[in-house]
Design a protein around this ligand. Structure first.
Ligand code: B3K
Ligand code: ZN
Length: 865
């Protein structure tokens, strides 16, 4: 397959100011007539329209059948004289047969579209590139009974009854018009039997916007949280970024077959049901947060993505990195800022750090790709957000004003209506916020997580901080330059437990020293507070100082980080078998006293306490090794957890008792109680399994909400207890027919700590509820399994075979989803040699398969390369 390169960008040869689409809808046969107004933008070039799996039934130029067109591969090419024409093309589609879920497809009898990044070309021939912006007019007609609701972007401008169709069914039609020019990837159409929950929002300038959330009949009662989140998003974007909504209508549709989370189509967001539907009986607190975050994310795209879109797909982080930052800020404002920060860093470390240190490493603005779908990554999204967050910290630290906002205001003002680049964004922040980002731009071009070492020296009354940085080499980038790394820090006085104010230093060379006078005693260093830079820090902080910071740091993130470092260091040494009995003993005791302090600290709220109690993840621990042994990591992590549970048994049971007495509500205190309640079970399961099984079964039976029920079932799933099968059966029966909850039933078993998790996964693949046809179900079983290191990395290699078999079976059905499983095998170089060889062999087996999709081919070859 061809490699597309960023440096090869050329402006479009033809612009398409207007698109008019006419759909004759049917689940297994839809006819599309596309009418394009095309305008020459470069001399001498034919009109080249992309297609994918479609054929033109008829081509008209200026109303007359034309012979001056040909197919070049999948492209339809028309030789045109002159500068402006109307081109009309008819295509025929079979939505029911579209299992890739790109373009127009059927889901539960309804029709919907997914066009980002290159799905529009599966509907009709089109330039289908984000820098071609058009005003869309859409007409659709179809049988009323099948498609009572007809939706597209913008406003409905006309609708009516049609003549009966060839089957004698009543038909109707609707016409939609979107006044805002947009790229084809933001086009959407939905037709089906849907019901709306409706509300309205009045914008800061008095525009009344009708809001609808469309779901399948029966799901209406589960849309209230999504609607509240939407209204909160609209209000927040006005206050935080000055962004006002720009249409009179905003529609959200929930569909159950969807490749990712949601899609920001102009005025018609399409969502995976899992990010819309929520009620206490079926959704956990985590699900509620995810709904709020994704609703916000897609809404915020209306400005960061739609009003200003991307020039080309290499600029994806322009909209995604910025929009992730915006959704993180929104969620922080709606809930707890420090807790949200810790969660975001945990996601970055679990999903993005491994990407950065593996064969698929790429800069947040990639230089080349074969299949753009493979670049909707944690790097482009989450590291992209971190990069913009650094600009924000540098602009605002100590400024006493929101200078970053001046930068974003300038960006929105300068580029509204355009298809922009990452460079445009950086320049606007530079000009608006008054920063020099010359060297900072390296964050856009260099991949890899920088490693910073910090050493604090003390002499007289001066503390000197020596910093070095190293950007690791990544595929295709054989040399690296030092990058500006903004580090927030504080120096604590040991005696008072206080510091004299936070400072920001920017390390922009390979090494630098910073001096801090006024310290009679050697201070304790708190570095990278708030995770001000997405780097790995080696500060060689003593165990004693980590315990100090875990108890005293006034930056909640830094406090969390100190505790995590203490535990990571211990577990890494333990898993590497580098600890003497004595060291193991003192290490465990230091951790136990820090955890005891967390359990006892009455000044902590439970949401934060719950964060502090989460042990470093197995994936993050594995990252600390050049070649990890997943079995050793599981053994030591569970061993420590069990030891802590026994050492602090009375505290954990008391915590579980206290939290269990808090009645259900969605308020922070009650949510916090639910979080620590299950945390207590997690510890008890490792150290006092019978006690845990008894409490978990009781929690399951008493549960009046999904958070408690799922937490209890998760605990039971990891234990050998009769309650395990009993409650799993109860759960399955209780929620039969509720797809999102049955997904949880699969995930809990596939992700469990149970020693037989691998065998459970094999059995579940044959369960009647399992299907490769629904991405949520596929992910619920196999993503949970691939993220369960001890099961996936079973020494037999069977886990690798299961995932490779899945990739091969799924690839022809849904390539995008199949390719998402490749990175788990692609980590082979970072796993101990015996397993690495088996992982590699599975990748080779996939690579040798005939007719792989471009998606899977690219991921597999990069992983082997
Ligand atoms: N922009 C979409 C992602 C589309 C992915 C296509 N493979 C969702 C989002 O980031 O908001
Ligand atoms: Zn997005």
């Amino acid at each position: 397959p061809a490699v597309i390169r960023r440096e090869d960008y050329t402006p479009p040869a033809w612009l398409v100011p207007e698109v008019s689409l006419d759909f004759a809808l049917g689940v297994d046969g839809t006819r599309v007539v596309s009418d394009l107004l095309v305008r020459r933008n470069a001399p001498g070039q034919p009109l080249r329209l992309s297609g994918d799996g479609i054929a033109a039934r008829e081509v008209l130029v200026d109303g007359r059948p034309s012979n001056h067109w040909r197919m070049e591969g999948a492209d339809l090419v028309i030789d045109l004289e002159g500068d402006e024409h109307r081109v009309s093309i008819e295509t025929a589609l079979n939505p029911a047969a579209n299992s890739q879920l790109m373009g127009l497809y059927a889901s539960n009898g309804m029709l919907c579209t997914q066009c980002e990044a290159e799905g529009f070309r599966r509907i009709t021939f089109h330039p289908d590139r984000p820098d071609v912006l058009s005003v869309y007019r859409v007409r659709m007609a179809g049988p009323k009974a099948d498609f009572p609701i007809l939706l597209s972007n913008g406003n409905c401008v006309a609708s009516g009854e049609g003549p009966p169709n060839e089957n004698g069914e009543d038909t109707h039609w609707a016409e939609w018009h979107d006044p805002w020019p947009k790229p084809s990837y933001l086009f959407a159409l939905v037709a089906g039997d849907l019901v709306a929950t409706s509300d309205s929002f009045t914008t800061m300038n008095g525009r009344k916007v009708d809001l609808n959330i469309w779901v399948r009949p029966g799901d209406e009662s589960r849309t209230h949280h999504a609607m509240r989140s939407l209204i909160n998003s609209m209000k927040w974007d006005e206050e935080a970024f000055g962004r006002e909504y720009d249409l009179d209508l905003f529609n959200i549709v929930a569909v159950s077959d969807f490749n990712m989370g949601a899609m920001e189509n102009k005025g018609l967001n399409v969502f995976n049901t899992r990010y819309v539907l929520a009620d206490p009986e079926t959704a956990t607190d985590g699900d509620y947060d995810a709904v709020e975050g994704v609703i916000g994310h897609e809404y915020f795209h209306n400005w960061s993505g739609n009003r200003i879109t991307c020039r080309d797909w290499f600029q994806l982080s322009l909209k995604e990195g910025f929009t992730v930052l915006r959704d993180q800020m929104f969620s922080a404002a709606m809930g707890s800022e420090p807790v949200k920060r810790i969660e975001d860093v945990r996601v970055l470390r679990a999903a993005q750090f491994p990407e950065d240190s593996g064969p698929l490493a790429h800069p947040i603005r990639p230089d080349s790709y074969q299949e753009i779908s493979n670049f909707y990554t944690a790097t482009v999204y989450n590291k992209g957000a971190e990069v913009i967050r650094m600009m924000r910290s540098m602009a605002n630290f100590g400024a006493g004003a929101d200078r970053f906002r001046k930068g974003t205001d300038l960006y929105f003002d300068r580029h509204d209506g355009e298809a922009a680049t990452c460079e445009d964004f950086v320049k606007a922040i530079e000009d608006g916020a008054g920063l020099d980002l010359t060297r900072f731009r390296l964050w856009y071009s260099q991949a890899g997580t920088p490693r910073v070492t910090a050493r604090l020296a003390h002499e007289g009354d001066v503390a000197t901080l020596h910093l070095t940085q190293e950007v690791p080499l990544t595929p295709g980038q054989a040399s690296k330059q030092p990058m500006p790394i903004p580090l927030r820090l504080a120096l604590f006085d040991r005696a008072s437990g206080k510091h004299g104010g936070e400072q920001l230093v920017v390390l922009d060379q390979a090494e630098a020293s910073f001096t801090f006078p006024g310290h009679a005693e050697a201070p304790v260093l708190s570095l990278n507070r708030g995770f001000s830079a997405p780097v790995a820090i080696d500060a060689a902080t003593s165990q004693e100082d980590l315990v100090f910071l875990a108890a005293h740091d006034d930056d909640p993130f830094a406090r969390y980080e100190a505790l995590q470092s203490l535990i990571v260091r211990h577990l890494v040494a333990a898993a590497a078998e580098e600890l003497s009995d004595d060291e193991r003993f003192t290490g465990r005791h230091a951790i136990a006293s820090a955890i005891a302090a967390v359990l006892d600290d009455t000044a902590l709220d439970d949401l934060m306490r719950g964060e502090l109690l989460i042990l470093p993840g197995e994936g993050y621990l594995a990252e600390q090794f050049a070649q990890a042994d997943p079995t050793a990591i599981r053994r030591e992590r569970e061993g420590l957890k069990g030891w802590l549970a026994q050492a602090l048994l009375a505290r954990f049971t008391a915590l579980h008792d206290r939290a269990s007495a808090v009645p259900f509500s969605l308020e922070a205190a009650a949510r916090g109680a639910r979080k620590v309640k299950t945390q207590a079970l997690v510890y008890l399961a490792a150290g006092a399994p019978e006690e845990a099984a008894r409490r978990a079964a009781a929690q399951y039976d008493a549960a009046d909400n999904m958070t408690d029920r799922q937490g209890a079932l998760m605990t039971l799933c990891g234990l050998d207890t009769p309650g395990r099968a009993e409650k799993l059966a109860d759960f399955h029966a209780r929620y039969a027919g509720n797809a999102l909850v049955i997904d949880k039933w699969f995930s809990l078993q596939a992700g469990s700590l149970h020693g037989d998790a691998l065998a459970h996964v094999k059995a579940l693949a044959d369960h009647p509820d399992f299907t490769l046809g629904n991405p949520n179900r596929v992910r619920s079983l196999y993503m949970a399994f691939a993220a369960n290191p001890a099961a996936f990395h079973d020494p037999s290699g069977e886990g690798y075979r299961i995932i490779a078999d899945l990739i091969l079976a799924l690839d022809p059905i849904n390539a995008q989803t199949a390719a998402r499983f490749v990175p788990s095998l692609g980590r082979w170089r970072r796993i101990e040699p015996a397993r690495a060889a088996m992982m590699r062999a599975e990748l080779e087996r996939i690579a040798a398969a005939p007719s792989l999709s471009r998606d899977t081919f690219e991921q597999v070859t990069r992983s082997l390369g």
